[in-house]
Write a protein that binds this ligand. Sequence first.
Ligand SMILES: CC(C)(COP(=O)(O)OP(=O)(O)OC[C@H]1O[C@@H](n2cnc3c(N)ncnc32)[C@H](O)[C@@H]1OP(=O)(O)O)[C@@H](O)C(=O)NCCC(=O)NCCS
Length: 168
Amino acid sequence: MSRVVTVRIVTSADLPFLTDMLWEAAAVDAGMREIGKAAALAMPLVSKYLNDWGRPGDGGVIAVDSTGTPLGAAWYRLFPEDAPGYGFVAADIPELSIGVNDAARGQGVGGGLIVALLEMAQSAGLRGVSLSVDRDNPALALYGRHGFRDAGISSPEETSVTMVMRFE
Ligand SMILES: CC(C)(COP(=O)(O)OP(=O)(O)OC[C@H]1O[C@@H](n2cnc3c(N)ncnc32)[C@H](O)[C@@H]1OP(=O)(O)O)[C@@H](O)C(=O)NCCC(=O)NCCS
């Protein structure tokens, strides 16, 4: 079944939904699922992806259906070298986070969000976008289709891999 999906820029009013999507992304990890949503979102290593949302360098897009109901979100954020995110590559390359509601997955929403977010990043003059993904997450293939490549930082023994999409 096809449906109308629109991708728009996030506003500060979308923060609760972004937080829900941060949980969807964190919950890929079994340990996080065990900890539970509220406790996981309170952990600095998770909350750092959204706290003080709207600071310089933040950017995001949200997919909504024809009724305006949010389906998924993707956003990027810069991290300093001394307090990096999981997918840190450089202080001037933001890290992508993405989540799509369970019921809306596998219908192209995530791909549309990635395309829109990369356009936003390129328009903002950024030289690339990075991310961290579990090696067994099927999203790895999705990222590859959108130009993300192994950044060459992660060792093969690590369960996750840092990927980067460079515009140059
Ligand atoms: C990863 C995610 C954002 C992709 O969004 P989506 O709307 O399902 O993506 P699309 O429909 O555009 O593309 C589907 C692709 O996503 C990947 N995918 C990952 N999890 C999926 C799921 N549960 N259902 C369907 N596809 C999934 C697959 O690569 C699939 O493509 P392929 O099977 O043809 O290779 C979404 O599945 C999700 O929120 N997953 C849980 C959170 C997560 O893993 N976040 C990323 C952490 S790095």
